[in-house]
Design a protein around this ligand. Structure first.
Ligand SMILES: Cc1cc2nc3c(=O)[nH]c(=O)nc-3n(C[C@H](O)[C@H](O)[C@H](O)COP(=O)(O)OP(=O)(O)OC[C@H]3O[C@@H](n4cnc5c(N)ncnc54)[C@H](O)[C@@H]3O)c2cc1C
Length: 206
C-alpha cells in the first residue's frame, strides 16, 4: 500500500489499483499484516497494532427436542452462557448456543471444532438435564480467524485515551472504517456509522 502525494497504490494478489483515497474497512488484524509505505505515524501504528479484541467462541449444538426452559442461562462451567437462537423458529428440534469470551474464549479456540461441539453438548446436557443425543453442531472461534483476529474491538484500560483519536483521523488518503472506529464499537450499527463518516470525509476532501 504505497502512498504518495495525490494517490494511493494498492497492491494485492489480484493486481494493483491506484486510487485517490483508500478505505481499510477490514479488521485491524488484517491491517496489521499489510505493508504500508511510508510508515504510519507512531500513535496510529501503536493503536492499529495494540487495540484489544474480544475472544468470543460460539458453539451451537442441535437437539432433536427442546428439553430446556425458555431463556438465557449462565453457568460457572466452561460454556459460560447458553441460549436458544432458534427460540422463534417452529419445529421439534432446536439449537442451543454456548457463547464464551475472555480467557474461556481463548481456551475454546485452542480445541478442534469437534471437541468444542462435544464439550458444549456435555455442558448443555449437564445444565438442562437433557436426555438426548445431539444431531450435530457448528463452532466458530473468532480469535482464531486470521481475517478477524477476534470477535470485535475491545478498548482495554488506557486504550480509549491513547488510541481513540488516532484511529478516527484520516492518515492522508488512507482511512479506517469498521466497528473498531465507530462511536459505539462492537456492533453492526457502529460499522455502518463509521462508513458514513469516512464517506462524508472523502467527499468533503474533494
Ligand atoms: C460472536 C459475535 C457476536 C456479535 N453480536 C452482535 C450483535 O448481536 N449485534 C451487533 O450489532 N453486532 C454484533 N457483533 C458485531 C458485528 O458482527 C460487527 O460489529 C460487524 O460485523 C463489524 O462490521 P465491519 O464492517 O466493521 O467488519 P466485518 O463485518 O468484519 O467486515 C470486514 C470484512 O473485511 C473482510 N476482509 C478481512 N480481511 C480481508 C482481506 N485481506 N481481503 C479482503 N477482505 C478482507 C472480511 O472478510 C469481512 O467481510 C457480533 C460479533 C461477533 C463476533
Amino acid at each position: 500500500l504505497p502512498i504518495s502525494g495525490e494517490q494511493v497504490t494498492v497492491r494485492t494478489e489480484r493486481g494493483s489499483f491506484v486510487a485517490d483515497h483508500v478505505v481499510l474497512a477490514c479488521s485491524l488484524a488484517t491491517v496489521r499484516r499489510m505493508t504500508i509505505t511510508p510508515s504510519m505515524p507512531v500513535p496510529l501504528h501503536a493503536a492499529v497494532h495494540g487495540l484489544g479484541y474480544g475472544t468470543i467462541t460460539k458453539t451451537s449444538v442441535q437437539w432433536p427436542h427442546r428439553q430446556w426452559p425458555p431463556g438465557y442461562a449462565t453457568t460457572a462451567g466452561r460454556a459460560q452462557r447458553v441460549y436458544e437462537p432458534t427460540m422463534d423458529q417452529p419445529g421439534e428440534s432446536g439449537i442451543l448456543m454456548a457463547y464464551c469470551g475472555g480467557d474461556g474464549g481463548h481456551q475454546w479456540a485452542t480445541m478442534p471444532e469437534p471437541e468444542r461441539i462435544a464439550l458444549a453438548a456435555a455442558e448443555m446436557t449437564a445444565m438442562h438435564g437433557l436426555a438426548l443425543q445431539p444431531l450435530g453442531g457448528y463452532s466458530r472461534a473468532w480469535g482464531a480467524e486470521p481475517r478477524f483476529g477476534g470477535s470485535y474491538a475491545v478498548y482495554e484500560p488506557g486504550q480509549v485515551t491513547a488510541f481513540w483519536q488516532p484511529l478516527r483521523e484520516a492518515w492522508g488518503r488512507v482511512h479506517l472504517a469498521g466497528e473498531h472506529v465507530a462511536t459505539c464499537t462492537g456492533y453492526m450499527e457502529g460499522a455502518l456509522e463509521s462508513g458514513e463518516t469516512v464517506a462524508t470525509r472523502i467527499v468533503a476532501a474533494g
